[in-house]
Design a protein around this ligand. Structure first.
Ligand SMILES: N[C@@H](CCC(=O)N[C@@H](CS)C(=O)NCC(=O)O)C(=O)O
Length: 210
């Protein structure tokens, strides 16, 4: 989702191969033995297998909405916050969402820990519409998918928390035209399948910029 958002915004055009994780195609394992998604193979054959690196690859090529140059702060600050999200917040999110996959884990404790991290997002969003100022940036696009997963684990509980700015930020993102584009569903790829172009060629950047 992260990677797709940056690909759409930067205007890169890719061949998309949808992967079902319980049935990973050999072509994925050949490209990246780590076998997690997303993986991007560029035209020179470089394999990029971290979603944040795919975002940076796309935006370094073309960044028309200045996602790498936030209205407040800088790229280093955004990368630091994204790093916290990927390490600390994601650790607790996984254990809140799937406590049964871990030994001796209390999902509610991890929800509370993850919630503490969200408090700082709430404070940031109390002063600006987005995490680094009044324009959407890399940090918003990289972090929102995980906050959405957290919210959807128990939507009623999430709605009861006094995080009005965070809730409004998440709603705004999930109602955006960019969100619609990146949530499009595709059939799983298999060898010999016809090429699927992403983003859909009818995509219009002007809509997304709103
Ligand atoms: N740090 C990686 C994490 C990627 C990751 O964990 N992807 C999950 C799906 S969202 C996955 O592919 N897991 C492998 C599996 O379940 O077999 C990134 O951001 O790209």
């Amino acid at each position: 989702m992260r990677a797709r958002s940056a690909i759409v915004v930067s205007g890169q055009v890719c061949e998309l191969r949808e992967v079902v994780l319980r049935n990973k195609p050999q072509a994925l394992l050949d490209a990246s033995p780590k076998a997690s998604v997303p993986v991007l193979v560029n035209v020179a054959g470089r394999v990029i297998d971290q979603s944040l690196d795919i975002m940076l690859w796309a935006l370094e090529r073309n960044d028309p909405l200045a996602w790498l140059r936030p209205a407040q702060g800088d790229l280093t600050g955004m990368l630091k916050l994204i790093g916290e999200c990927d390490d600390e917040f994601k650790f607790h999110l996984d254990r809140y969402k799937y406590p049964q996959r871990y030994e001796n884990v209390d999902g509610q404790e991890h929800r509370a820990e993850a919630g503490r991290w969200l408090e700082q997002l709430e404070s940031r969003l109390a002063t600006h519409r987005f995490l680094f100022g009044d324009r959407m940036g890399l940090a918003d696009a990289a972090i929102a998918p995980f906050v959405r997963q957290f919210a959807h684990t128990d939507l009623e509980w999430f709605a009861r928390q006094s995080w009005p700015h965070l809730q409004a930020w998440l709603l705004q993102w999930s109602e955006s035209s960019l969100f619609d584009r990146i949530m499009d569903k595709y059939p799983p790829w298999e060898p010999g399948a016809s090429i699927v172009v992403f983003p859909d060629p009818s995509s219009r950047l002007a809509e997304i910029a709103q």
